[in-house]
Design a protein around this ligand. Structure first.
Ligand code: DC
Length: 223
């Protein structure tokens, strides 16, 4: 029997659409390295804010970015970003980062600085013996891995998403972040052409996972 192919699964969607829970579940089920690229944008945002760089100051952003040394630590099945050798702390979920991250993420230089890093997670997955990579974000199926083996786009009613964040104990303006993320010029949040799109509003996590796991399981089971 031919060895199973190395697979790349892209999961895009708005804030609190259910991407992280689904990606973690797929990672466990199929032994995929999990990369949460929202946490990468958050880590870079926290690092820039920590250096007193505002998203409105493009010159300062451009000067600060090359000095950030981005590396990866594999923790269980997660590919965590470290900056200058330090894992980011809880501040990446703070209100300050929630408010600033979409503004930094709209800057093309910020996105460029993360492009090769994100693509490199596929090499990290191979090097560490994973069966593939599951990467979640906003532009994974459109820009980072347009040729991914599977591309999913999750969405949900804004009121339900706000409730999910509140249940996680987070104050997050999901609709406002989505508005900024969808309207930016570079790599906007959008359902990539040809991606499988799924409304998660009325689905349990289990149901979401079953829907997106089915075609993956079918491919892996194929002789
Ligand atoms: O997934 P999240 O809510 O933690 O993402 C935080 C922000 O990062 C989101 O508002 C937009 C940005 N982001 C992005 O622009 N592109 C990605 N691939 C992932 C996140």
């Amino acid at each position: 029997m031919a060895p199973a192919p190395f697979i790349i699964v892209a999961i895009d969607g708005g804030a609190a659409a259910g991407k992280s829970s689904a990606a973690r579940a797929l990672s466990e089920r199929f032994n995929l390295l999990h990369a949460d690229t929202g946490s990468y944008y958050r880590a870079v945002t926290a690092a820039l804010l920590g250096r007193q760089v505002a998203p409105t100051d493009l010159t300062a952003v451009q000067a600060a970015l090359p000095a950030l040394r981005l590396t990866t630590r594999i923790e269980g099945k997660s590919a965590r970003m470290e900056i200058d050798g330090q894992p980011p702390g809880n501040e990446i979920r703070s209100a300050a980062v929630n408010d600033a991250v979409s503004h930094f993420a709209a800057i093309p230089e910020v996105r460029d600085s993360l492009l090769a890093y994100q693509r490199g997670q596929a090499d990290a997955a191979r090097a560490h013996g994973f069966a593939g990579l599951v990467m979640e974000g906003r532009d994974i199926g459109s820009v980072i891995f347009p040729d991914a083996t599977f591309r999913f786009f999750l969405f949900a009613d804004p009121a339900e998403r706000a409730k999910r964040r509140a249940r996680e104990g987070q104050q997050d303006t999901v609709a406002e972040r989505d508005r900024i993320d969808s309207s930016r010029k570079t790599a906007p949040l959008t359902c990539p052409v040809g991606a499988f799109s799924l409304d998660t509003t009325l689905l349990t996590l289990h149901q979401v996972v079953e829907r997106i796991a089915a075609p993956i399981a079918a491919l892996l089971a194929a002789p």
